[in-house]
Design a protein around this ligand. Sequence first.
Ligand SMILES: [Zn+2]
Length: 67
Amino acid sequence: MDTRLLELLVCPICKGPLDYQRPPHAERAELICSADRLAFPVRDGLPVMLESEARQLDENSPAVGAK
Ligand SMILES: [Zn+2]
């Protein structure tokens, strides 16, 4: 995937920056909004920027907000 494209993506809810996580660093390819604690899926290389499709992140998830 073109990572420059991903850098242009912002959260559709808060318009904040997203953290792109992908294997092997993450279990799956996702775009993370740490402010909303949502993970947007990346399917077939295409980010799905829909709140209804986003995964709610666990409060205690070690993968989020680690930076
Ligand atoms: Zn957000």
